[in-house]
Design a protein around this ligand. Structure first.
Ligand code: FAD
Length: 384
């Protein structure tokens, strides 16, 4: 068993820590314009990540990216998690994030959709959730019905991040509702296809503005289908696993930032003649966050290590997401408690960390649903 990060990842971690401390944290409260980074801030930070050699980090080498493994990406996500500057659900500053679904495209489809995403010439969104189906995708009602060499799509999607800026939609629609999730098929739908409309953007408490989309008799050629009918949900699986580990890694960054801020404040703030740091009630809050950080770190890095060995990390990914979201939210909550009233001001990042981490406990799978799935494994593994 080796608990050391490889040397190159240690160096990367140190470099990113300096980058976040010097270039990102100082501007974090002014970096936003609505749900996204201000264009000049994005341009400056992206120029910096390119200069550091971290561009297109997750794009495979054969497509011109760095093809970093999950361990390296965990290092990056952890360090970035320490700041509120970077949009939680939008393109990062390390180049376009390509959904792995797009690697399943045919060569012809890749020319129109994958390569323009990698080069930054096109933007896209992913549409699965509907008003009547979120964590249970088997319930989606959007249908794609075959009509000769076309499909006709009808339905309604909700909470679709980035639809306002998307050139195309990676749409999940049912081609056979009797099969539930196994009847879900993925399609490429250009946003300007007749019948597609962005009904409205819905501002949220985290500053995101996901959209509602309507599909009214949208006709698309069969050539816009991704892989086979019924493959849609299966294809999203690996993406979902690494996405869950990302929640855990981000949680590590959030807990660390909360500890840094809480310790600093507790040492300076004097009440009833003594610094808060002398009070056992405060020390215990700090220790709770510290212990949470340690257990989460083992879990997240172990998941990344297993993934790099090509092993199945479904269960680790469930746990990384659940614990990462919950423990980091609790750390932000303790950070508020230790700071008192000043924590609620927009001068400090704490209230934003708290809002963001609370939302993480719902998006990409609420805890109850992940527990339900993990329970199947526990029942199987421990039954005599
Ligand atoms: C800011 C934001 C951005 C988003 N971006 C996207 C996007 O880009 N694309 C996309 O497709 N979706 C997106 N979503 C949707 C998101 O993935 C869903 O909100 C999430 O999956 C939960 O679905 P739901 O909101 O419909 O909740 P529901 O599925 O209705 O669940 C509601 C609550 O019920 C409980 N619950 C549900 N099932 C069970 C169960 N079996 N047992 C016990 N309790 C249960 C849970 O506590 C859950 O929180 C986004 C959402 C938000 C808020």
């Amino acid at each position: 068993m080796d608990f050391e990060l490889p040397e190159e990842l240690k160096l990367m971690k140190e470099q990113l820590r300096r980058f976040v401390d010097r270039e990102i944290i100082p501007i974090e409260r002014e970096a936003y314009d609505g749900p996204d980074l201000k264009p000049d801030v994005r341009a400056r930070l992206e120029a910096k990540t390119k200069e550091m050699g971290y561009w297109n980090i997750s794009t495979p080498v054969e497509y011109g990216g760095l093809g970093l493994g999950l361990m390296a990406r965990v290092v990056i996500w952890e360090e970035l998690g320490r700041s509120i500057a970077l949009p939680t659900r939008k393109t990062s500053i390390f180049g376009p994030e390509v959904s792995p679904i797009l690697y399943h495209l045919t060569d012809e489809q890749k020319a129109d959709y994958l390569y323009p995403i990698i080069s930054g010439d096109k933007d896209c969104c992913f549409a699965l959730t509907e008003p009547d189906a979120g964590s249970d995708p088997a319930g989606i009602k959007t249908t794609a019905v075959r009509d000769g060499d076309h499909y006709v799509i009808n339905g309604y999607k909700r909470f679709i991040t980035n639809a306002q800026h998307a050139d195309f939609i990676q749409l999940m629609a049912s081609t056979d509702r009797s099969k539930g999730a196994r009847g879900i098929t993925a399609f490429l739908v250009d946003i300007n296809t007749p019948g597609v409309s962005i009904v409205r953007a819905q501002p949220t408490m985290m500053d995101d503005e996901p959209c509602e989309l309507a599909f009214d008799n949208v006709r698309i050629p069969v050539s816009k289908r991704i892989a086979n009918e019924g493959d849609g949900f299966k294809m999203a699986q690996d993406w979902i696993n690494t996405g869950r580990v990302r929640h855990g890694a981000r949680g590590l960054g959030v807990i660390q930032r909360c500890l840094e801020m809480s310790v600093s404040y507790a040492q300076q703030r004097v009440t009833f003649g003594q610094p808060l740091a002398n009070r056992q009630a405060v020390q215990w809050m700090l220790v709770d966050s510290y212990m949470d950080l340690q257990q989460l770190r083992f879990l997240v890095y172990h998941a990344a290590w297993k993934h790099e060995r090509g092993e199945d990390i479904r269960n680790e990914a469930y746990m990384a997401k659940m614990l990462g979201d919950r423990l980091s939210f609790q750390a932000a909550d303790r950070c508020i408690q230790i700071h008192g009233g000043i924590a609620f001001t927009k001068e400090l990042p704490i209230e934003k960390l708290w809002r963001d981490q609370r939302s993480m406990m719902i998006t990409e799978g609420p805890e109850e649903v992940l527990r339900m799935t993990l329970a199947r494994h526990v029942l199987e593994q421990y039954s005599k």
